[in-house]
Design a protein. Structure first.
Length: 212
């Protein structure tokens, strides 16, 4: 019998808790000492390095992996799969709203950049969730092959491009956003995950449809 969809349950809360916890730690470490607050120019160090955003995008990707595994264990497919994944990812983003209200003070006048990072992290999480759903399908979320496969895909996507074309990696793309790169570079950064996500959806429709 198909399990009824639940937006929040014990399995969903675990990856959400990880996202909130590690983003919270990154935010605490980003708060400048009291003496530096007196000199707003000293905040340039934080603006250049943006540790919070790297942690945020990284754990958004991990959230996507976990949600894809959960979807595989519940044998979700078709339109319901995408709706459920997006709803849970949106919940994770909503939980971080208080963090972003504070982070905005560290980047005055750069609200557009913050919005781009949030949209990109959401897209990366969705891509990783669809990828995880596909990889976990054969073992229904329990095989060691699925576990290794999804984390190998994560490392390849997040780390490998840094050695060749950094903008293709979520971490590299965040660096470009923080440095204020040109529009065409931003479009390229978004185009890659959009293309991969579309490909993943096509594969889900083909292979998961056969499995039902």
């Amino acid at each position: 019998m198909e399990k009824r969809f639940s937006l929040v349950d014990a399995q969903v809360m675990k990856p959400l808790f990880g996202l909130v916890l590690f983003c919270g730690l990154a935010l605490v470490l980003s708060i400048p000492p009291g003496q530096q607050v007196k000199d707003f120019g000293s905040l340039a160090f934080l603006q250049r390095h943006g540790m919070y955003f790297y942690i945020y995008v990284f754990f958004s990707g991990l959230l996507g992996l976990s949600l894809g595994t959960l979807a595989a264990s519940q044998q979700e497919a078709g339109r319901a799969l995408y709706v459920h994944l997006l709803a849970r990812i949106a919940l994770g983003q909503a939980l971080l709203v208080p963090y972003f209200i504070f982070v905005r003070t560290l980047y005055p006048g750069r609200e557009g950049m913050l919005v781009l990072v949030v949209l990109y992290a959401t897209l990366a999480a969705f891509l990783m969730s669809v990828t995880s759903r596909l990889i976990e399908e054969s073992g229904h979320g329990t095989s060691s092959r699925g576990f290794l496969g999804k984390y190998a895909a994560f490392v390849i996507y997040f780390a490998a491009p840094l050695l060749v074309i950094p903008v293709l990696s979520p971490l590299g793309f965040v660096s470009y956003l923080l440095s204020g790169e040109r529009v065409w570079m931003i479009l390229l950064g978004y185009g890659i995950p959009l293309g991969l996500t579309f490909t993943g959806i096509v594969l889900c429709e083909r292979y998961l449809g056969r499995a039902r």
